[in-house]
Design a protein around this ligand. Structure first.
Ligand SMILES: Nc1ncnc2c1ncn2[C@@H]1O[C@H](COP(=O)(O)OP(=O)(O)OP(=O)(O)O)[C@@H](O)[C@H]1O
Ligand SMILES: [Mg+2]
Length: 274
């Protein structure tokens, strides 16, 4: 039997907050294959960020294990890069220097570093902005720098926590297409948290739905629109067209139903309370 690429086994997370204990995740089991684009959706507070932080190694599970290629994740590592909701760029550094942080920290030689930074800046369409500072860029451009910085880390896994949440609808859709293109070109494994089910269905190869706290996985559904979007013209028009097909709408509604179903409080009649 081959070792799974990424595996969460019987994960439980309890947070201690003063005298209170919060059960954030319960019995979470998950296997992710290399090259997957996994989208995590679910109501606010269901533990999506917690699960991402376990994989990033920022947090250890209270119960169970998270394994990357069969090895327990004991802390953060250069094999995993994280993109947060707001681009956490160093304001005093240029775009180039921000993207260079990872390779510089790893002691990569100056010529190799230049090649890496230029490659990823080109990939996100920001070559001409290399010498600018973050304050000179729009929110979408800053987030593209954050994506380039994550990719330049030479990581196999890119963890993204609502990376497009703060962007306007148009920029957000442009970023969805760009991310799909980058994913197909780099072959990296992406784990992507979003509140937007439509975004998850458009971008993911799998969509995972979590229940309200304590978070559990209630649905793990393969989706295949990202592949057709990549073979298509990859334009905004084709993205809009795919999102309005009946096949797309049916999957979106199925997932919405699963989220709403798991979020509904139990009916008083069903629980015997009158
Ligand atoms: N450091 C912490 N200390 C105590 N409780 C925490 C901590 N971090 C998260 N929690 C609690 O754990 C639960 C899960 O939080 P988490 O941030 O993982 O949810 P989420 O699904 O990412 O929510 P959102 O969609 O709002 O970002 C929440 O009830 C939250 O209040
Ligand atoms: Mg969160």
């Amino acid at each position: 039997m081959t070792t799974p690429f990424l595996e969460a086994k019987q994960i439980g997370v309890w947070y201690r907050s003063g005298s209170q204990v919060v059960n954030a995740l319960r019995s979470v089991n998950l296997t992710i294959n290399e090259g997957d684009f996994v989208c995590l959706v679910g109501p606010s507070g269901c533990g999506k960020t917690t699960l991402l932080h376990l994989i990033a190694g920022f947090l250890q599970p209270s119960k169970g294990d998270v394994l990357l290629k069969g090895r327990r994740i004991g802390g953060p590592g250069s094999d995993r890069a994280v993109v947060m909701q707001h681009p956490t760029l160093m304001p005093w550094m240029t775009v180039y220097q921000n993207v260079e942080i990872g390779p510089r920290t790893r002691g990569v030689s100056v010529p190799e570093r230049r090649e890496t930074v230029e490659h990823y800046l080109k990939l996100v369409g920001l070559s001409e902005f290399a010498q600018r500072h973050p304050y000179e860029l729009s929110g979408g451009m800053q987030q593209r720098v954050a994506v380039a910085r994550a990719l330049a880390n030479d990581s196999q896994v890119v963890l993204m926590d609502e990376p497009f949440g703060a962007l306007d609808a148009l920029t957000r859709e442009t970023m969805q297409l760009e991310l799909l293109r980058i994913w197909s070109l780099t072959g990296k494994t992406i784990i992507f948290v979003t509140h937007d089910v439509e975004e998850a269905v458009a971008c993911g190869t799998r969509v995972i739905v979590m229940t309200p706290r304590p978070g559990r996985i209630v649905m793990d559904r393969p989706v295949e629109f990202s592949r057709s979007l990549l073979t298509d013209k990859r334009s905004m028009t084709s993205l809009r067209a795919v999102k309005s097909t009946s096949a797309f709408v049916a999957v979106r509604e199925e997932l919405m139903g699963s989220i709403l179903g798991s979020a509904d409080p139990p009916s008083p009649l069903a629980s015997g309370v009158h």
